[in-house]
Design a protein around this ligand. Sequence first.
Ligand code: URA
Length: 180
Amino acid sequence: MTLADQMRACTRCPELAAVRRHVVVGSGPDRARLVVVGEAPGAQEDDTGLPFVGRSGQLLDQLLAEAGLPRSEVAVLNTLKCRPPANRVPTRVETANCRPWTTAQLEVLAPDVVVTLGLSAARWFLGKTTLTAVRSRVHEVEGWRVLPTFHPAAALRGGPQGEPMRVLREDLRTAVELVA
Ligand code: URA
């Protein structure tokens, strides 16, 4: 069984496995210089089986394209592969259950840089912290180069002139330059 097939068969989180439509494994090439890690699938991602296809995903596509790297060349994952009910924040147990899948994905993808979107994904690598404390800088974590930034949902909430949009745009540019 491939890694993706094993993930699709996962039932480690019974509450999530019971109601999911899809296990959202990830998108993009099998090996990628840049990996983007979000939190967890939302409703549209659960429906389609693809990560970041809703409004946040459209913004991510646009900002990556602006930075000069098409989304098709970027691997996009989430810390959790199944949608939490009502999009609640993943629990500690769910995050721990799903962690080995993401670790295995990162080992296969072997990226030069990992961009984390939002607090959950930043904490996945850096432990309990705040986004303010870690964002917009590269951190070396167990061999990964991790650049935490805002989640596109925060950028959308803050509006086109808001700080999260400016920071997300700039951090994605930095990440693309780092892998160029
Ligand atoms: N938000 C995420 O964190 N991941 C998705 O796949 C979609 C929205």
